[in-house]
Design a protein. Structure first.
Length: 269
């Protein structure tokens, strides 16, 4: 799922219903076209994360709420104690169902599992709710096997974890996001804060809400690629956790700056 689709799902989780036009108005301010937003809503509906009880009206489903809970839980993994237990997922599809296999594979990697061997995915974290939802989504119950336990032989080292989870690429993306924040986003945020007294409350609230969405999307993109492994499996010079915390603190600052009486406060307060 693209980060902007995840973000729309997050907004839907904060309210009973939203009109597609409401989302279009918000995201056009960010440079997204109306067809792009409608296409994203259609994808969310196809994946059964949202429902459309009436024309152009959308609400989140229980599957959508499960997905949002998994997103919100993922950052807490950096502060979770790991007991050394591993969780392995074995998948086996006939060649005629390659497309369904590849879709499940992409979702497993995005959830945070790493490819240990061909058809074998591994994680130090259980992801029980997430895996159950993925197996249901892809109708893969007969094609997967899940193991949980200790590795008696062939314990995964931090060097091997770096390859299994492509941590060098994860680091590259984090550094890229930090550069974007320092060079582009931070000056824009400061200008918006400095100009507070020169615009109406509604204009200021919308500008801050758009900044919230922009930074939130960048953070969500990091959630998609970061497996948030325990310290034992990370390189000694791992900076990504600190970068994520830095961006998250700024996001909280933006949330606090959105006027509570504005229409956008319901999405963040």
């Amino acid at each position: 799922m693209l980060s902007v689709e995840k973000q729309m799902l997050f907004l839907l989780s904060k309210t009973d219903q939203l009109q597609s036009q409401d989302l279009i108005r918000i995201y056009e301010k960010r440079g997204y076209s109306a067809p792009y937003i409608r296409n994203g809503l259609s994808k969310l509906k196809k994946e059964q994360y949202v429902d459309s009880p009436t024309r152009s009206t959308y609400s989140i489903t229980e599957s959508g709420r499960t997905y949002i809970r998994s997103i919100n839980r993922k950052p807490t993994l950096y502060s979770t104690y790991w007991e050394g237990t591993w969780h392995l997922v074995l998948i086996s599809f006939p060649e005629s169902e390659r497309k369904r296999r590849d879709q499940l594979r992409a979702d497993l990697l995005q959830t945070g599992l790493g490819l240990l061997y061909s058809g074998v995915y591994v994680s130090p974290w259980p992801y029980e709710e997430e895996l159950s939802e993925l197996f249901h989504k892809h109708n893969a119950g007969q094609n997967v096997t899940v193991f949980t336990g200790k590795l008696d032989h062939g314990e995964i080292t931090s060097q091997e974890a770096e390859e299994i989870w492509s941590l060098k690429e994860v680091t590259r993306v984090y550094e890229q996001k930090l550069h974007w924040y320092e060079e582009h986003f931070e000056p824009l945020l400061q200008d918006t804060l400095d100009n507070r007294s020169s615009v109406s409350l509604e204009v200021y609230a919308l500008e801050m809400f758009v900044l919230f969405l922009t930074l939130g999307e960048a953070i969500n993109e990091l959630y998609l690629i970061d497996p948030m492994l325990p310290p034992q499996l990370l390189p000694d010079n791992w900076r990504c956790r600190d970068i994520l915390q830095q961006l998250s603190v700024v996001l909280t600052t933006i949330i606090d700056a959105i006027p509570s009486e504005s229409d956008y406060a319901r999405f963040v307060k």
